[in-house]
Design a protein around this ligand. Structure first.
Ligand code: COA
Length: 415
């Protein structure tokens, strides 16, 4: 079956996490992704957090599936010529170097345009134009600067970063959307363009509801669904809301049977208004369905802590899966707190290709997260990440280099 991005060639100049997540997605949609790395070293993640000596780390393999790897020293004059040939052949150049690195290499936007006016140049940077535009940035810096950390955690504790890589993988997703949008516009204009996704912007986009709350707080001085209401205090900025739901339906994480020994024996429970009467029935508090102190969402807001304590008395008598089964029968929204071990072993995720087992020539079998976006006419087959420079000869041949030229460039240290 054909793939959505068949025929699109990506010059993948990305490293670490944010850029590679973007180009991996494009590869899963069918693009030919040619990853350019430095000979001898490669993407630094190949050797970071290794669990097997001298074998590409899971960090690298899980971010670089379905790509080809070529080694080019882009600071070597002959290496530069190879990169120029690739720029002329590809549709998109994706990079997430530190600010200015591509320019310092000699590949300014103007130079790239000269070589290929149809080229889309897509970049991840830590910050957009402004006071921090020259800074190097990693995941947690973006979570802090994008508003996620100040709004995550509990009121009486410090800011907390999330395990979800919203700064890196989140920005990679934003960039991928920018790239396919630019490819679409190019079909109309014939021109390439620059695409920028700044990590601070990507995180802030995902924290949109907190900027909503900032304005609500400034207008009214309070937010009734926050745990600070009614007995705590609100300051000038959106406070950390613990496990309160970010939406209009109050929710909280509650203990389930076994919580004393299992750190993940918990369930997320949402007291959705339309099923309030059913919730009251399930937990044995039928009288709350008609009690004026509990019967309406507004009446319940000052009592949320007591309400969740009462619901928890019920959830603690059930495992998280038993509670799920019972609550789902009544359409009461809830979700088990799943550990990575439970997720890795979940058969339904294997079936849909969201968790995939991949075989690697030096690592053997390992699990990865497959394409979370499913297209009915462009199914994803996850193939292993490339070894360093595995496709250098193949790609050089496609560019028109003879075996002798390839060998001479290798001797000169250009590839
Ligand atoms: N041949 C020759 N040189 C190469 C090369 C190649 N194939 N590939 C990279 N390089 C060079 C670059 O030109 C750069 O050289 P310069 O500093 O002389 O200009 C150098 O390698 C290192 O690049 P840099 O991006 O500065 O790497 P770093 O390890 O110091 O910083 C980051 C890493 C992630 C902090 C930085 O790249 C960054 O801020 N990126 C943007 C934000 C981002 O994506 N962050 C999230 C990462 S998950």
């Amino acid at each position: 079956m054909s793939k959505a991005l068949d025929g699109v060639r990506i010059l993948d100049f990305t490293h670490v996490q944010s850029g590679p997540t973007c180009t991996q997605l494009l590869a899963w949609f069918g693009a030919d992704v040619i990853k350019v790395e430095r000979a001898g070293a490669g993407d630094i993640t190949r050797e970071q957090l290794r669990d097997i000596p001298d074998v590409d780390s899971l960090y690298f393999t899980m971010l670089n599936h379905n790509k080809r790897s070529v080694t080019i020293d882009t600071k070597n004059p002959e290496g530069k010529l190879v990169l120029e040939a690739l720029i002329q052949k590809c549709d998109v150049l994706v990079e997430n170097f530190a600010p200015g690195a591509l320019d310092r290499m000699g590949f300014t936007w103007e130079r790239i345009q000269q070589l290929n006016p149809r080229m889309i140049v897509a970049s991840v940077k830590g910050f957009g134009p402004g006071p921090y535009e020259d800074c190097k940035v990693y995941e947690n810096v973006a979570q802090c600067a994008g508003g996620a950390a100040s709004t995550t955690g509990f009121d009486d504790g410090p800011p907390v970063v999330s395990g979800a890589q919203i700064g890196d993988s989140g920005t990679g997703l934003h960039l991928a959307l920018g790239i396919v949008t630019a490819l679409y516009q190019r079909t109309l204009t014939g021109r390439g363009q620059k695409v920028l996704a700044a990590m601070q912007d990507g995180v802030l986009n995902l924290c949109r509801v907190k900027l909503r709350d900032q304005q609500r707080l400034e207008r009214t001085g309070t937010m009734k669904e926050y745990p600070q209401y009614p007995n705590g205090t609100f300051g000038e900025a959106v406070p950390r809301a613990g496990n309160a739901s970010g939406g209009g339906q109050p929710g909280w994480i509650l203990k389930c049977k076994g919580w004393e020994t299992d750190p993940n024996a918990y369930i997320y429970f949402i007291t959705q208004a339309p099923v309030w009467a059913k919730i009251c029935n399930v937990i044995g508090k039928e009288e709350w369905a008609t009690d004026p102190n509990y019967a309406t969402p507004a009446a319940r807001l000052p009592h949320l802590k007591d309400i969740f304590a009462e619901i928890e008395r019920w959830t603690m008598t059930k495992t998280k899966f038993e509670a799920m089964q019972i609550l789902n029968k009544y359409d009461i929204p809830c979700g088990p707190i799943l550990s990575m071990k439970e997720i890795a072993e979940e058969p339904s995720l294997r079936k849909t290709g969201t968790i995939v087992e991949v075989d690697h020539p030096t690592r053997g079998k390992y699990l990865t997260v497959g394409n979370p976006i499913k297209l009915s006419d462009s199914p994803t087959e996850v193939t292993r990440s490339p070894l360093l420079g595995e496709h250098t000869d193949e790609v050089m041949t496609e560019l028109g280099y003879s075996p002798e030229q390839i060998s001479a460039l290798r001797t000169a240290g250009a590839i």
